[in-house]
Design a protein around this ligand. Sequence first.
Ligand code: MF3
Ligand code: CO
Ligand code: CO
Length: 258
Amino acid sequence: MSISIKSAEEIKVMRVACRLAAEVLDMISPHVKAGVATEEIDRICHDFIVGEQHAVPAPLNYKGFPKSICTSINHVICHGIPGPKRLKHGDIVNIDITVIKDGFHGDTSKMFLVGDVKPYARQLVAVTQEAMYLGIREVRPGAALNQIGAAIERHIAKYGYSVVREFCGHGIGREFHEDPQVLHYFEPKLDVRLESGMVFTIEPMINQGKRHVQMLADGWTAVTKDHKLSAQWEHTVLVTPDGYEVLTLRQEEDFGRT
Ligand code: MF3
Ligand code: CO
Ligand code: CO
């Protein structure tokens, strides 16, 4: 495993790419409501990224992915493909945005609540976000990479939820997915130490029921085997000399302004 250390110049560009990705989530927010088709959300994001941000939507044609964003509703864990399906009251949906600006990637996702959402679903969404933040808090030079997953797992276990193991966070930069793999559960062997200048995502997928995944025939959509709900939040994080900087932080978040 070779984890790249970003130079000051590269970090400047990463900050811009990540800010743009975060701004797509802000922009799309008023459109995420009952009745809208996920392919409409995709089109609005695509046009904004290309037309206004002068950036590139990284998912489009990535290993054959057919759309510009991922939309994962209810029991879909990740990599849902936008299509004619319309959001309905009570849905929870993850929108995952990755943009490329000046050769560097920024990757972030959040959960949206559509209309009135049941308390058990709202709790899954809130606890998953808390778990992501607790994982981010572990980030500092000298920390072991597996402390991130340990913190996430410790938090969600209190609620009887489970961590998806088939997908993980990842180093990011010139490539969409670089070393290291950032597991969202504790893996003793993952004892590599963090260093200032590393950039990676933390993007826990947390299931209401069992952790097991089933792949749909489209080759992309991952769903929970037990068809219970799944939630995910994602930030791109820089290791700084004294901790972390959340490069994809949005205005609405009060977390992590260190
Ligand atoms: N954005 C996803 C991630 O967080 C990756 C999506 S790959 C795609 O790593 F091809 F499905 F877009
Ligand atoms: Co990612
Ligand atoms: Co993503």
